[in-house]
Write a protein that binds this ligand. Structure first.
Ligand SMILES: NCc1[nH]cc(CCC(=O)O)c1CC(=O)O
Length: 308
């Protein structure tokens, strides 16, 4: 009688783990509900070249959204970090819930067991993220960066095969694939400011699908929602693209939301930062305020100077 809830996902171990988390949450909130997984392999997953050449990391998200839009699935589980920031959600889509936020921190993985400070002069660090490159270059200008693609398991394989000396990945991603034992240093947000949406899973569905919205609503974490809202508006106002060295991290403590934002030059030599606390501001307005403070320092010029 009841239709199963169909969740569309990429087929990487991390993406599948994310879907399992949603499934087990739904088993608590909706014990009678049947859940079906619709796995797809996106063009971006198969592509081994530069993501910028393919049109950016938004490609991972776009093909999933197309399955949802076509009605072949009811829910998509997106890493908020991977969702494009310069445009609002695709037409006809809504976020029904943000799950309770995971670890937001990035970490260093060095098979030799080094911390960032201990890496030998000129070490090759694997990361395709311009944000991570800029942030690490600001601390260690001698490091060399190499493009490093593939899902997290694949990246660890390349790293331990010696293709690079070290890599930077998100702690939450390693938790999802059960590989936190490889971490050699966790970067606190004060050292490496997390990207917008770090550690947040967004449950997206069609905005006219009130049945699914109702099923997913109990999975929403209101504090994560406010942080996400604030960070997303920050990114939107700055018009950050998929290849922007932008970081933005909102935290709510004692009922008060604070947003720290930063925009970097690629070499990490210029770092524009701003930090504000909401006071009477709504989360999205705090995002706007911090974005404007960075724009006033020349942040838009830095963002536009980078190819995308
Ligand atoms: N770009 C890939 C990606 N998207 C989300 C995460 C990790 C989880 C998250 O922060 O939501 C990762 C892996 C990584 O950056 O190491």
């Amino acid at each position: 009688m009841n239709q199963p809830l169909r969740i569309v996902t990429r087929s990487s171990p991390m993406a599948l783990a994310q879907v399992e988390r949603v499934r087990s949450l739904l088993a608590e909130t909706d014990p009678g509900l049947a859940v079906e997984v619709v796995p797809i392999t996106t063009t971006a997953d198969k592509w081994t070249g530069s993501l910028t050449a393919l049109g950016g990391k938004a490609n991972f998200v776009k093909e999933i959204d197309a399955v949802l839009a076509a009605g072949a699935a009811d829910v998509a589980v997106h890493c908020l970090k991977d969702m494009p920031g310069e445009t609002p959600l695709p037409e006809g889509m809504t976020i029904a819930a943000y799950l309770d936020r995971d670890d937001v921190r990035d970490c260093l993985i060095s098979p030799a067991g080094h911390t960032l400070a201990e890496l030998p002069q000129g070490s090759r660090v694997g990361t395709s993220s311009v944000r991570r490159r800029a942030q690490l270059a600001a601390i260690r200008p001698d490091l060399e960066f190499e493009d490093f693609r593939g899902n997290a398991n694949r990246r660890l394989e390349k790293l331990f095969n010696g293709e690079v000396d070290a890599a930077v990945l998100a702690v939450s991603g390693l938790e999802r694939i059960g590989r936190t034992e490889v971490i050699t240093e966790v970067f606190e947000p004060e050292t490496v400011l997390p990207p917008v949406g770090a550690g947040i899973l967004a449950l997206q569905c069609r905005e006219d699908d009130s049945t699914t919205i109702g099923v997913l609503a109990p999975l929403n974490d209101p504090k994560t929602w406010r942080e996400a809202d604030c960070e997303r508006m920050f990114l939107h106002v700055l018009q950050g693209h998929c290849n922007s060295p932008i970081a933005g991290y909102a935290t709510e403590a004692n009922g008060e939301l604070t947003l720290r934002g930063a925009v970097y030059s690629l070499d990490g030599k210029t770092v524009l930062t701003a930090r504000e606390t909401a006071g009477a501001l709504a989360p999205a307005d705090l995002g706007t305020a911090v974005a404007l403070a960075i724009a006033q320092q020349g942040g838009r010029g830095l963002i536009e100077s980078i190819d995308h």
